[in-house]
Design a protein around this ligand. Structure first.
Ligand code: DGJ
Length: 732
């Protein structure tokens, strides 16, 4: 049983395969958190709580004569506000009389088999009936009809606990929510560090590890998107934690908009983590009888380092977050014309690129930005989703037919959420854009953002794209989003509801994504936001892959993909071989190195292959043949990072291992070759210790145990950014 209740001591215990999570209801109904960590069957952790009277940490009324208990010091599952807990709150509710108050006490719980869903929001799902179980604990405010239902989904085999909250107004006057986090967890003690993933456009998800000090540190986005700058995935770890040892906890939000995860180390050195939607520019009117649902967050614990934690998330995303059938299907090798032509193309020019690509083995041709409306530059076209016949005479048919005649399938770029002021759409519906009355708008790439909270906007967009997908043979869509939100104001909502817009916008995006992906399941969707500006588990519920970054430089990509891999599996990362010198950095790397770096993602090309020399074309042919040989291992294998964070400066190494240990593919790229350098020796993972392995193209044989313990010593490297792939297969 993964969820246990012991009525005599009011203990609620959740077990995953390797972790235990425990809480208790005390005699006054406070839901106290007791433990989250390594699995501990039969434990009753209540003894861990020692309540002392602490100065300036007040006591609830029940304890005024026995000043041992303070909400300010006791660990809790979900905290109210203005009731004596001065740490970061999970909930901030304002009642109709203006009072800020929520004194939340246990009112009951229920358990049920299977996963829970959240209306309009992405949520982890089951593949078979016994994949997960759900616990719902109801907390009730002592003086109002405000209720909070805490959801816990236990995916036992995946070592994941999902959490979310439902806030219910059971009374007859409005309650304003000024903060509604998905989850709160208090760690009684511990000397923790925070590993978070920050970045910028063209350098997303860079790991940064910092000690927690006695204050609040937070990882947050106020950009209306999960953002290039701060990913909604964070890790709390022990100072000694490494890739393959030490304790760590992950917190991953299924949310693609403004988010905030706060880490507070309080005056007793306990650590509180509160995670969910950002409370900035958020005020939700919870009317009588209404319910508000927070996004879901995935908790996971590993006692054996970051790699194990990553495996929990990779498996969870593969099996219980991504719904697309393409997760379990071979992805086509694609060519995208963006870096080859930008918006300057014609049918003939595209077919020219496609012909060469087809000849070399590419399977899918993607036409990027510039095919619609009057789109010749960034100033026009967005919103007008009809074909630009100046570039594509006769419409899409001649191009699609030409592509199909080459034996390839066809894909299209769209940017649904945006509009240019010069477009016909904007002229017809200026009120559909997010703008603040009587103020000039803030531009991003000279475009405005559509009000995705409006059903008429979503219906217009759905009809445009559904018509394209119905009328043409389109097997792939790249859904882009090229600016952050500002002027977040809906011309449809009344003044008092404008504080709901940051949340409603994302729900609108999810609604459109739901309709398109569910009604056209045969289409492979790729997410994108100026590269990886919306690379999060919320989007992965709808699309199985996301363009990882607009930086296609192989050496920069090493860092971006390495950071991304802490939370997200490689099969979700869009990754292409592009031209050199690279368009973002001017750096030159070999075609071989570029291939090695693009292969762990959803492999493809983004250049005009006609421009390659004939020997380079031969190399691409071989590269593609090699990729197709190892593709199933890459897509379905277990991914291991082979270098520690501090080694990433000099080299990056990773491995894919077949789940049955029958083969592994080791990849190494040296970022900095040095004279007389120490040799790189790596221990491989996921082999069968008793088996013998052959190294491809050699006579060499190794025992699995040897490669995992003694490891493998790489030769001395020479030149700029050399790379090496080693494929070992089991021979006995
Ligand atoms: C940003 C994307 O990340 C690029 O790949 C490309 O699609 C451009 N937008 C097109 O505008």
């Amino acid at each position: 049983m993964s969820i246990l209740y012991s009525p005599e001591n009011r203990l609620l215990t959740l077990h995953t395969r390797h972790s235990t999570y425990q809480m208790c209801v005390d005699e006054y109904g406070f839901l106290r958190h007791l433990y989250y960590g390594e699995r501990a069957d039969g434990a009753d952790f209540r003894y861990l709580l020692r309540d002392y009277d602490r100065g300036f940490s007040g006591n609830p009324a029940e304890f005024r004569n026995n000043r041992g208990v303070s909400l300010d010091t006791t660990p809790q599952e979900y905290t109210g506000f203005n009731a004596g807990d001065y740490r970061v709150p999970a909930l901030c509710a304002v009642h109709a009389d203006g009072s800020y108050a929520a004194d939340l006490r246990y009112a009951g719980h229920e358990t049920r088999p299977g996963a829970y869903s959240l209306p309009g929001l992405p949520a982890a799902f089951d593949r078979s009936p016994d994949d997960s179980a759900t616990l719902v604990v109801t907390l009730r405010d002592t003086a109002s009809a405000l209720q909070v239902r805490l959801y816990y989904g236990v995916f036992e085999e995946r070592d994941i606990i999902t959490r979310a909250a439902e806030i219910v107004n059971g009374g007859d006057s409005v309650i304003y929510l000024e903060k509604a986090a998905s989850a709160c967890i208090d760690f009684l003690s511990g000397n923790w560090e925070l590993l978070h993933f920050h970045g910028r456009h063209c350098m997303e998800r860079q790991p940064q590890r910092v000690p927690l000090s006695n204050n609040v540190q937070s990882v947050e986005s106020r950009r209306g998107m999960s953002s290039h700058h701060h990913n909604p995935f964070t890790i709390l770890c022990a100072p000694e934690t490494r890739e393959y040892s030490g304790e760590c906890y992950g917190f991953m939000l299924l949310w693609s908009g403004n988010h905030k995860t706060e880490f507070e180390k309080d005056y007793l050195n306990s650590v509180r983590v509160v995670t969910g939607i950002h409370d900035s520019q958020f005020r939700w009117n919870l009317g009588a009888g209404e319910h508000f649902f927070t996004p879901q967050v995935l908790f996971s614990y590993s006692a054996s380092g970051f790699s194990t934690l990553s495996h929990h998330y990779h498996d969870m995303i593969r099996w219980h977050i991504c719904r697309s059938q393409y997760v379990h299907k071979r992805r086509p090798v694609l060519i995208n014309n963006w870096e080859a032509t930008f918006m300057n193309f014609t049918t003939e020019r595209l077919l020219d690129i496609a012909r060469q690509a087809a000849e070399l083995g590419v399977e899918l041709f993607v036409m990027d930005d510039g095919w619609f409306g009057r789109r010749d530059n960034e100033d026009d076209g967005l919103g007008d989703w009809f074909v630009n016949e100046n570039k594509l005479p006769g419409g899409l048919n001649p191009l699609i037919q030409g592509i199909k005649d080459l034996g390839m399938s066809f894909g299209l770029w769209i940017e649904p959420e945006m509009v240019n002021e010069a477009s016909d759409l904007y002229k017809a519906h200026p009120e559909w854009a997010l703008t603040v009355p009587n103020r000039p708008p803030m531009y991003g790439r000279n475009q405005l953002v559509l009000d995705m909270s409006r059903k008429d906007v979503r219906d217009y967009l759905y009809n445009c794209f559904a018509e394209l997908l119905r009328n043409y043979d389109i097997s792939y869509i790249k859904w882009d989003m090229n600016r952050c939100l500002a002027d977040v104001y809906s011309h449809e909502l009344p003044a008092e509801q404008q504080g709901e817009m940051t949340y409603r916008y994302v729900l609108g995006v999810y609604d459109l994504a739901e309709r398109l992906t569910q009604n056209f399941p045969h289409v492979l969707f790729e997410g994108c936001a100026g590269g990886g500006g919306r690379f999060d588990a919320g989007m992965l519920y709808y699309v199985p892959q996301i363009w990882c970054s607009d930086d296609t430089d192989a050496i920069e990509r090493l860092d971006i993909q390495h950071g991304t891999s802490f939370g997200y599996p490689p099969f979700t990362m869009g990754s292409h071989v592009s031209a050199c010198p690279n368009q973002q950095t001017g750096r030159t790397t070999s075609l071989y190195t570029r291939g090695v770096v693009a292969m762990p993602g959803t492999f493809g090309y983004e250049l005009d292959l006609n421009r390659l020399s004939s020997s380079e074309k031969d190399e691409v042919r071989l590269q593609m043949a090699y990729y197709k040989k190892v593709q199933s291992l890459i897509q379905n294998g277990v991914y291991y990072r082979l270098n520690e964070l501090e080694e990433q400066e000099r080299y990056s190494a990773w491995e894919f291992a077949a789940p049955d240990g029958s083969e592994i593919l080791v990849n190494l790229v040296v970022k900095r070759v040095q004279a007389n350098a120490p040799l790189i020796r790596l221990r491989f993972k996921g082999l069968s210790p008793e088996a013998t392995y052959a190294l491809e193209d050699t006579e060499s044989r190794y025992s699995g145990a040897a490669l995992m313990t003694g490891g493998y010593t790489f030769p001395m490297f020479w030149g700029d950014y050399p790379a090496l792939q080693l494929h070992f297969t089991r021979v006995d």
